[in-house]
Structures are given as structure tokens and as C-alpha cells.
Design a binder for this molecule. Sequence first.
Ligand code: ZN
Length: 198
Amino acid sequence: MEYFSREIGRLIGELSSLPGIGSKSAQRLAFHIMNMPKDDVKRLSDALVTARENVCYCRECQTLTDDEVCPICANPKRNHRMIMVVEDSRDMAAYEKTREYEGVYHVLHGAISPMQGIGPEDIKLAELMQRLQHEVDEVIIATNSSLEGETTAMYLSKLIKPTGIKTTRIASGVPVGGDLEYIDEVTLTRALEGRTEL
Ligand code: ZN
């Protein structure tokens, strides 16, 4: 990257570290930003910094929120004794779109992957076990049907079994390896209704 001046090179380097942004896209974005009015660039950078600074994990479900407790956990109309475990906040949003689920969630922020060196301690598992010490009727494991998602589901069910809490897994109508957020609402609703006890 020596053929770019230092500051442009640095910007390209930062941009290309983002997921889905290769070096070509990073260069295109960097030069686009260099041609933007300075005020627009300031607004963009303010949005980045403010969002990052104010967003935190929900004290209950660990989803990203800008309050101490997210709107779902704070809603007394939700069934707080039913917890659906998902890999990330986007999966949670996908289930919310179905409007069929009335329980609450737990967001793991990842899945166990021995291949990528991601162990149980790298995801929000301890926080889930902590929640299960309160009154809980059912834990619905809705991790993806990828190898990592299945590994996580298996690990979770073994961990929860001794507590005696009913543990279910969403039906395998969800395509293998499919990210939950790309699956339509009807399929998701069916997967939820067809869940089986582990
Ligand atoms: Zn929450």
C-alpha cells in the first residue's frame, strides 16, 4: 500500500478490516470519502462514534441496545419464563418479524467452533446459565443449523439438562447452513411450532 500517501493508506487499511470489504472496495470507499464535503464526513464519523459509545449489551438478554435493558426484556407482556437462545441480534430480529413469539431471548453473540478456536467461554453462555437460576419454564435453542450451530445446541442441552428445565430445539425445516436472518417468516414460524424436546 506504499503507493498511497500515509493517511489515505491508513484509511484504506481501517476500511478493509471490516467484514465484506476487500481491498478494492476499501480503496473505492476511501477515495469516495476524500471527495465528500467535510461536513458530511464529520456526520458519518459522529454517527459511528456515537453509536459505538452508547450501545451496550442488554443486562438480561445480552442483545445490543442503548438502554440498560432492551425493549423486549423491559416489556411486562412478554413471557419471561420462556427463553429463546439465538446466535446474534439479527436472528432475534428475524423471529420478532414473525410476530408469533411471545417469550424473551438470549443472544450468544456467536457459536462454538473448535475449527475457529471459539469455545463456550467466548460466547454469552455464562450469562445464560445465570438467568436459568430464576424461574424459567422452557429454553428454546434456535441456533443456526450449521455445524457450529448444532455443536452449540448439543453443548447447551447437556449443560441445561441437570437443571431440569425443559429444553427444545427448533425444527430442522431451516436449511442446513442457512443464516436465520435470510429465512422467511413462514419457515421460521413453522420451525418454532415444530420444535422438539431434547
Ligand atoms: Zn434484553
